[in-house]
Write a protein of this length. Structure first.
Length: 263
């Protein structure tokens, strides 16, 4: 049976201590605006990529997985290679981002956002490659995979910044838990994340219609702007919860050692 508290010296049961806040950054005044801005960035890049690369998703791996299954069923091996390589690279981005996040401590926001800006802009310099290996898209996919290791909620989970299925599910279950009186603090950010990604997708579509592949410079510029803000805050307020936190690496075991980027 789970323990619900402990007894004090006089035999009175004491309520359990609240779970430690494992969010990164610890201060919601930066975490929430950054999360919404990054969701909009992902929606924008995904929309541009979808139009530029024959309906290949840059960040929506659920959609790519469905396309992978259909391609296998149809024996379309060129499309299988195309989608599988994209999914693999996105996964590698999340892998690499998590290692970087664990290594750089309070510089996590600055480093990951700078890398993302460089990759989003650098994609324009890559050769187009072939249909099966769209080299031009790979830096964009890597950047968006990397993005998912940038922010954490209060439970130490990576915030879903490049897809909305999790946000929609958490919003629905959060509404039910709101009625039950057991809603989690992260419930309130789910609807803004969906709105940010959706708005970014609309903007990305409009930008692509006007500028074509050069539209990727818009999400690159947004990532660069966020990186500059993170660098300025980190230099001006070293160890501040505005840009740091005390938490394990993203999605680590709850018992994993804390990476203290504040003290």
């Amino acid at each position: 049976m789970a323990e619900h508290g402990s007894r004090t010296g006089n035999g009175v049961e004491r309520a359990p201590d609240p779970p430690a806040d494992k969010s990164f950054p610890a201060d919601p005044r930066t975490r929430i605006p950054f999360a919404i801005a990054l969701a909009a960035l992902a929606g924008c890049a995904d929309s541009i990529g979808f139009l530029e690369f024959s309906q290949l998703f840059m960040s929506f791996m659920s959609g790519n997985t469905t396309r992978f299954g259909v391609a296998v069923a149809n024996g379309d091996w060129e499309n299988v290679t195309r989608v599988a390589s994209t999914i693999t690279l996105f996964c590698f981005g999340a892998f690499l981002g998590t290692l970087i996040a664990a290594a750089v401590g309070r510089w996590r926001l600055a480093v990951l956002l700078t890398l993302q800006a460089l990759l989003l802009a650098g994609g324009l310099l890559m050769p187009w490659g072939t249909f099966a290996y769209p080299l031009h898209a790979y830096p964009i996919v890597l950047a968006l995979g990397l993005q998912n290791a940038t922010l954490q909620d209060e439970g130490g989970r990576s915030l879903a910044l490049t897809y909305v299925t999790g946000a929609v599910v958490r919003f629905g279950t959060g509404c039910a838990n709101l009625l039950l009186g057991t809603v989690a603090p992260s419930f309130w950010i789910q609807a803004p994340l969906w709105a940010g990604l959706s708005t970014g997708a609309v903007v990305g579509g409009l930008l692509d219609l006007r500028y074509g592949e050069s539209a990727f410079l818009f999400p690159a510029a947004l990532a660069a702007l966020l990186a500059l803000i993170a660098i300025a805050l980190t230099l001006a307020k070293p160890g501040s919860p505005l840009v740091a936190g005390s938490s394990p690496a993203p999605d680590a075991n709850p018992k994993a050692a804390v990476i203290d980027a504040i003290h």
